[in-house]
Design a protein around this ligand. Structure first.
Ligand SMILES: C[S@@+](CC[C@H](N)C(=O)[O-])C[C@H]1O[C@@H](n2cnc3c(N)ncnc32)[C@H](O)[C@@H]1O
Length: 128
């Protein structure tokens, strides 16, 4: 069965609170610094980004996802100017090398066509 991410409202209804629960556990473990520039790869409906905004005082978040519908939902959350959501692909991130502090792919790796390339892209854009 192929999973399609073309319905942000139903994704959020089905997965949103689970995704945010996982995000809280992950962020408790990560202990990220405040005022970081984040890249949220496969941001979907913005569930993970919303928890980062609530808990981590980010400087900026760029969320990318190939699904127009998921991105539209993320934008409609109204998370404010700190978070920008746009269509994008983990296989070719538009950012320059070493341009963010933290890159995450929450519940996304196994949906990437080439997970190793996705991780290389995340590594490329994160500052050493
Ligand atoms: C299970 S959802 C996770 C969404 C969100 N990160 C969360 O925590 O709720 C997986 C997401 O991966 C996205 N995705 C699939 N292929 C992708 C790719 N090549 N690059 C970036 N995101 C991708 C899907 O569109 C979907 O929104």
């Amino acid at each position: 069965m192929q999973i399609r991410f073309n319905d942000g409202t139903n994704y959020e209804r089905f997965m949103g609170s689970w995704s945010q629960s996982a995000a809280k556990v992950f962020l408790d473990w990560l202990q990220p610094q405040a005022q970081a520039a984040w890249l949220d790869v496969g941001c979907g409906t913005g569930a993970f980004s919303s928890v980062v905004l609530d808990r981590c005082s980010p400087k900026s978040i760029l969320g990318i996802d190939p699904s127009e519908d998921q991105v539209a939902y993320a934008r409609a959350r109204g998370l404010g100017p700190t978070a920008i959501f746009e269509r994008g692909d983990a296989m070719k991130v538009r950012l320059p090398d070493h341009s963010v502090d933290i890159a995450v792919a929450a519940l996304v790796l196994h949906f990437m066509p080439d997970p190793a390339l996705g991780v290389r892209e995340m590594t490329r854009v994160v500052r050493p």
